[in-house]
Design a protein around this ligand. Structure first.
Ligand code: ADP
Ligand code: MG
Length: 510
């Protein structure tokens, strides 16, 4: 692939004494667009950046909150000659992505499969929990959920040599509760399928045990009868066995977790943990999601973005609610991991991560990813109305700190018209202070009646919070212009300042 020029201009600022450009280099340091409803985020600055990124050849991932975003991106791609690069994953569509298969086969032996799957699933489930209830920072709850996911996946692997949402669901639904008296009942091989499903947990445990026993027998058969007697008598037999058949230990951990930790939990605690996991699994198993993400071979993978494809997940949160969000967060997280692993020396093409109503798609690792996004050439564009949106979705005790530090990782901010006081104050503080000439006269009445005109400078906000209330929001009355302040962390962009008042036309057409 040919070297990619980071100096390609995206936005241009002309001012009295400085013409400057905002380039791809700045794009990969991230953009946050704020603005009230109907302020021109989508049709003003969003449109301009999207079209410019497409012209510049970026690959990307588009998450959707509203049903008309697919149409919008089809238009963008058509205007920029990129229609062939648009891959839409949607209900009834021809593209699919097998989540678990992709994660399982991703890094080979480098990372244990269980750890990878647990990491992805818990990230999604926690994100969804945080968004819906503001619940977070509850260490006990989180640890218990992690352990459940971990052990269910290990049990799946031990019993079936693979993991699927269906198997996990059957297992979790049928884990006995304290007081269930038939815990020891064994599973007979001639049980009907429905009984097996109903008994998912015990069937899996039984199968896992049999598989482990079989491995032990195989190990045993590699010795002569006398050797077996000798080895079975050795004081270090346990460690010999677990070295030869590591699944023995794993099975022990799994069984111990369920019997000693999970099953004895109080009913209330149990049900919270059960519900958050089974709720998620249940949503994954229903159509149209199952066909898109669980049952068909992948026709799209995150790596497609690196060859210039634009992956759009047409599962708008407004229509598909929780499952639309779960699937998009899951895909986003896997995509971010893939982009972070990319080899920038071999392939320098920037990729964009696009989310309108971005607060819906946040997860706990976002701040970390953003911190390294620049070196992976990920041009993030997050669009959201205001800071309180982020606070609500980054719930937990330290949301103020979390939100500010997260926003700090997006180096360019664009502020459209907004009535939200917090956001306007934040914007005003971010842009900072500047010296204004103070024209006040000082008249000194003295003996000889002299008058002096004093000239002084006063330090004041460069843009006051109120200034964001009245920015133009487009439409015919404004000649289709939307106004916004753009702020760049670090460099000066116009007139020696780190901000500029911009006009983004809704009619922009490359
Ligand atoms: N293509 C367009 N041409 C003219 N007006 C538009 C267009 N798209 C949106 N508008 C209007 O411009 C304003 C800003 O819209 P929009 O960019 O969708 O706002 P936001 O994304 O900030 O909610 C709204 O009043 C909207 O009705
Ligand atoms: Mg919008």
């Amino acid at each position: 692939m040919k070297p990619y020029d980071l100096n390609t201009p995206i936005l241009e600022f002309a001012s009295r004494n400085q013409n400057s450009v905002w380039t791809v280099r700045q794009a990969v340091e991230g953009v946050q667009i704020f603005g009230g409803i109907g302020s021109g985020k989508t049709s003003g600055s969003g449109r301009k950046l999207a079209l410019k990124y497409l012209i510049a050849g970026f690959g990307g991932l588009v998450l959707t909150a509203k049903p008309d975003e697919k149409r919008l991106w089809k238009e963008y791609c058509s205007l920029t000659g990129r229609s062939a690069d648009l891959l839409v994953i949607e209900p009834g569509g021809r593209h699919s992505f097998d989540f678990l298969n992709y994660i399982s086969s991703r890094d080979g032996a480098a990372n244990p499969i269980t750890d990878n799957i647990v990491d992805v699933l818990k990230t999604v489930i926690r994100a969804s929990q945080t968004i819906s209830s503001g619940k977070s920072d509850d260490a006990f709850w989180e640890t218990a959920l992690d352990m459940l996911i971990f052990n269910v996946i290990d049990l799946c692997q031990l019993a079936y040599g693979k993991v699927s949402f269906q198997l996990m669901y059957e297992i979790v639904l049928s884990i006995p509760k304290t007081g269930d008296d038939n815990q020891e009942e064994t599973i007979l091989p001639d049980q009907s399928l429905s009984e097996q499903i109903f008994n998912g947990y015990r069937v899996a445990l039984e199968k896992a045990k049999n598989n482990v026993l079989e491995q032990i027998n195989q190990w045993k058969s590699s010795f002569s009868a006398e050797e077996v007697d000798m080895i079975w008598e050795r004081p270090d037999f346990d460690s010999l066995l677990t070295t030869a058949v590591p699944d023995v230990r794993l099975y022990g951990f799994v069984e111990q977790f369920f019997n000693d930790t999970f099953i004895p939990l109080s009913e209330k605690t149990r049900s919270i943990i059960d519900f958050s996991f089974t709720g998620f699994l249940f949503r994954m198993l229903r159509e149209p999601i199952h066909s898109m993400f669980c049952s068909r071979e992948s026709t799209v993978t995150p790596e497609d973005s690196l060859t210039g494809k634009i992956i759009l997940l047409n599962l708008p949160v407004k229509t598909y609610q929780k499952i639309g969000r779960d699937c998009q967060i899951m895909f986003k997280y896997i995509w971010q991991q893939a982009m972070e692993k990319r080899n920038i020396v071999e392939n320098e093409l920037p990729v964009f991560l696009w989310a309108d109503e971005a607060q819906s798609f946040l997860h706990e690792h976002d701040a970390d990813f953003q911190a390294t996004a620049r070196s992976s050439r990920i041009a993030t564009v997050y669009i959201s109305q205001n800071l309180p949106n982020y606070h609500a979705c980054m719930g937990g005790e330290k949301s103020e700190y979390k939100v500010k530090s997260f926003l700090g990782t997006l180096a360019t901010k664009i502020f459209h018209a907004n009535a939200d006081i917090d956001t306007n104050r934040y914007a005003s503080e971010l842009i900072g202070d500047t010296y204004f000439e103070d024209q006040s006269e000082s008249v000194t009445i003295s003996k000889d009646f002299s008058q002096t005109r004093g000239k002084s400078f006063k330090l004041e906000r460069a843009v006051r919070p109120e200034a964001f209330v009245s920015l133009r929001t487009g439409g015919p009355a404004n000649n289709f212009g939307t106004e916004a302040y753009l702020h760049r962390q670090g460099d000066t962009i116009a007139n020696g300042q780190n901000y500029a008042k911009m006009n983004f036309s809704q009619l922009y057409n490359p």
